[in-house]
Design a protein. Structure first.
Length: 276
């Protein structure tokens, strides 16, 4: 398995050249970039092919692989919205992710499918997001870039059986799961989800969590929470997972860049390698 780190683990606004340099120095194999709001550093909805290719060349100069692409934009334009124009905007976000991924040689984009709330019922979220993804599958297959549906705190797809059925129903090898280990812990056991989802898991995010806290304040540095990392690693090995294990953790309040270095060492322990 490869050690990865998400762009959100660095201070906002950090130039990509410095981000890649630090990632290499800290011992990561890969960086997960994000499609950011306009004005953000790196990739946005306005990034041209030439600009994307330059970012790809820069990553290669530092020996950093680009293997997945995330975004926060779908929280603002969910594929589950009752407003068709909002869903269309969300579809455009995923289409841009797929376009940029193809340009950068990235094989998987992370997609948050929607959110259940007072305005959007569970069944509406399921049906609307499913219909939008059915449209996006064609674009994913055309560009040969996979869509990884992430389990997040969106009150949706709350069981591994339902997640499995949701992706299987789309009937494409280009739709699977972007599995987040820490996000599961408030209502399940990640090692069980991994076993049930199996080869449907395209990529893996890691963070740690203390369920006794009961809210977002329970997310803590890797190895400081209640994730059974030995069981998680064994489950990933059992399903033959050999791709990126990408850290997505909060920054330290002081010396935030130290987060990147410490998390790399934590990943060494999680993945069973010798500390560097």
């Amino acid at each position: 398995m490869l050690k990865g780190v998400n762009q959100w683990c660095f201070p906002e606004g950090l130039p990509l050249q410095q981000l890649f340099s630090i990632s290499r120095e800290a011992g990561y194999d890969a960086v997960e970039l994000n499609v950011n709001p306009l004005g953000g550093v790196g990739l946005t909805m306005e990034t041209t092919a030439m600009e994307a290719e330059e970012i790809g060349r820069m990553a290669k100069e530092y020996g950093i692989q680009l293997r997945s692409l995330s975004t926060s934009l779908l929280w603002h334009t969910p594929l589950s919205s009752a407003d068709a124009s909002v869903r269309e905007q969300g579809r455009r976000v995923v289409e841009k992710q797929l376009e940029l991924a193809e340009l950068l040689g990235i094989d998987t984009v992370l997609v948050v499918p929607g959110a259940v709330n007072e305005e959007t019922s569970y069944d509406e979220c399921y049906d609307r997001s499913r219909a939008e993804l059915a449209l996006l599958v064609k674009e994913a297959e055309r560009r040969r870039v996979r869509i990884g549906i992430e389990n997040v705190w969106n009150k949706f797809l709350l069981s591994p059986l339902e997640m499995r059925a949701y992706v299987d129903d789309l009937q494409s090898s280009y739709v699977g799961v972007y599995f987040d280990v820490g996000n599961i812990l408030h209502n399940g056991y990640p090692q069980q989800w991994i076993k049930i989802l199996g080869s449907r898991i395209f990529k893996v995010h890691v963070k740690d969590y203390r369920p006794c806290v009961g809210n977002g304040n329970g997310f803590v540095p890797l190895l400081a929470g209640d994730v059974n990392w030995t069981a998680v690693r064994t489950a990933l090995e059992d399903i033959g997972y050999t791709d990126t294990v990408t850290a997505e953790v909060g920054l330290y309040a002081e010396t935030p860049l130290q987060t990147v270095y410490d998390t790399s060492r934590h990943l060494d322990i999680i993945l069973g390698g010798a500390a560097r």
